[in-house]
Write a protein that binds this ligand. Structure first.
Ligand code: PHE
Length: 492
């Protein structure tokens, strides 16, 4: 009788081996069939799909002692060492000296919980009831090996206690076994012949004409291939590249600059007063190094801060300190880069942007990290106006896929007027995304810039969270492998 099954030679081989072995582990099966374990198991799974074999998986739960658990298994639990080491009420202070402060600390909590002692005014008073607990019995049974709950004779509560105290860890052992089914036995009994099957045709076979006599392995289009996780850009990097592309497409030049900046470029050139709260230690990473101040601008900036220079501005008043201005900081915004670029390129037109990292002393939480990216940009030209600024930002957000954009009035020491752009996101409402404005003359005049400058500094990670649907910013930097695998390869 011709078998009605379409099976490969590997499957036949495994089936025949199984018929002889009955039930076998993957290793035994592979040995008998003379195959690699993976090949034998692949065949076994195919046989299982056809109802000719069965693959069983059993999981046994095991527990193993941790280093701490092993230590206590041989020396005794801290509470046991303490209760046996004292003969009557003992002050905590003495316990810390008799044992280590660590052992004394762990022990007292457990002595009280187990009812072996009471703590009265800092004195440990034994109750006289220190019988061997189930945890101690279980600990003694490990004997350096992985054990099942049965071997430990331990109930779920005792095991949970050992896990909670980090004295033991849970392990799972998976065992597979393969057996032949009644249908499989029937097929073997009907006599199957192992024929060589060809899975891949070679040019030799074609040239010699040998292919005509060969038996080819049927192609199974129903088997699922293993997922392939192709190499791809990090989703955050992909968005950063997209933002960069948008500004390049709009005719902007990208600028790069140092992470370490003098306070002069980070704050003073931007007309931030020297006693501005943003400069405080708790907000800014200050470095112990200093930078030389640019001779051509320093006096102008000083005059502007102190009394407004030769403009009608009053400045901030007081004395401007060179010593404060030379102190280096990790740039708190990328505006330090664009202002310096403008000072070096005062001739219009200028359209420049930077997408790079900035640093602030933030407490890490789902929406704050001390390092984050900003998308900074400036446009300087003869007749630039506030309306051009709003148009430019709107265009950028539209290209990023946000239809509704609006601007709220804002405040920055270096711009007037100032705005905070917001985009509308379904389910979240209006989300604020950074700052923008037209540079004040207090900023442009000392640097010799004669034309209006539109400027903005946008939050990149916030935008990325919205685009990637994340609730926690930290995910962008943690690169969880499952998240990376699930993320799209390219923009849809
Ligand atoms: N530097 C501002 C953003 C900004 C840049 C340029 C002009 C106005 C505002 C910030 O970090 O929040």
């Amino acid at each position: 009788m011709t078998p009605k099954y379409n099976i490969t030679s590997n499957e036949k081989n495994v089936l025949i081996s199984l018929e002889r072995l009955g039930k076998a582990s993957p290793g035994e099966l592979a040995g008998k069939a003379g195959m690699k374990v993976e090949t034998a198991m692949q065949a076994a799974f195919l046989l299982e799909e056809k109802g000719l074999a069965e693959v069983d998986e059993t999981v046994t739960e095991n527990y193993e002692l941790t280093d701490e658990g092993r230590k206590y298994a041989s020396e005794g639990l801290p509470e046991r060492m303490v209760i046996e080491g004292i003969s009557g009420p003992t002050p905590m202070q003495d316990l810390k000296q008799m044992f280590s402060p660590e052992v004394a600390g762990i022990a007292t909590g457990w002595l009280r919980r187990k009812g072996w002692a009471n703590i009265e005014d800092g004195v440990v008073v034994p109750t006289g009831k220190a019988v061997t607990g189930k945890d101690e019995q279980a600990l003694a049974k490990f004997n350096g090996q992985a054990r099942t709950p049965g071997e430990l004779e331990a109930d779920a509560g005792t095991i949970a206690d050992l896990l909670k105290r980090k004295l033991a860890v849970r392990k799972e052992d998976k065992h597979r076994s393969v057996s032949i089914t009644a249908q499989g036995l029937e097929l073997v009994a009907s006599g199957i012949v192992i024929e060589e099957e060809v899975a891949q045709i070679s040019s030799e076979m074609l040239k010699s004409g040998q292919w005509k006599d060969l038996k080819f392995r049927p192609y199974n289009i129903h088997t699922k291939p293993k997922p392939v996780y192709g190499a791809k850009s990090h989703p955050y990097q992909r968005l950063i590249d997209q933002m960069r592309r948008i500004f390049l497409d709009m005719g902007f030049t990208e600028i790069k600059g140092e992470v370490v900046q003098s306070s002069f470029w980070n704050f003073d050139s931007l007309f931030q007063p020297q006693d501005h709260p943003a400069r405080e230690m708790q907000d800014t990473f200050h470095l112990s190094s200093t930078s030389e101040l640019p001779g051509e601008y320093k006096d102008n900036v000083c005059a502007m801060h102190e009394y407004g220079g030769d403009t009608d501005s009053t400045g901030w008043g007081g004395t401007w300190s060179e010593e404060i201005a030379c102190r280096n900081v990790l740039r708190t915004h990328t505006t330090a880069l664009t202002i310096r670029y403008l000072a070096d390129n005062p001739e219009p037109p200028v359209k420049a942007f930077s997408i790079d990292r900035a640093y602030r002393r933030e407490t890490i939480d789902p929406t704050h990290t001390p390092e984050f990216e900003q998308l900074e940009g400036v446009v300087m030209d003869k007749d630039m106006s506030f309306a051009n600024l709003l148009g430019c930002l709107k265009e950028f957000y539209h290209r990023m896929g946000f239809e509704d954009v609006r601007f709220r009035p804002g405040y920055f020491p270096y711009t007037e007027p100032s705005v905070e752009p917001e985009v509308y996101v379904d389910g979240l409402g209006w989300v604020e995304l950074g700052g923008a404005g037209v540079f004040r003359k207090e900023v442009t005049y000392p640097l010799g810039i004669k034309y209006p400058v539109l400027a903005w500094g946008l939050g990149v990670s916030r935008l990325a969270m919205l685009k990637l649907g994340l609730k926690d910013l930290r995910l962008l930097y943690q690169s969880d492998i499952d998240w990376l695998r699930r993320s799209e390869i390219c923009q849809l």
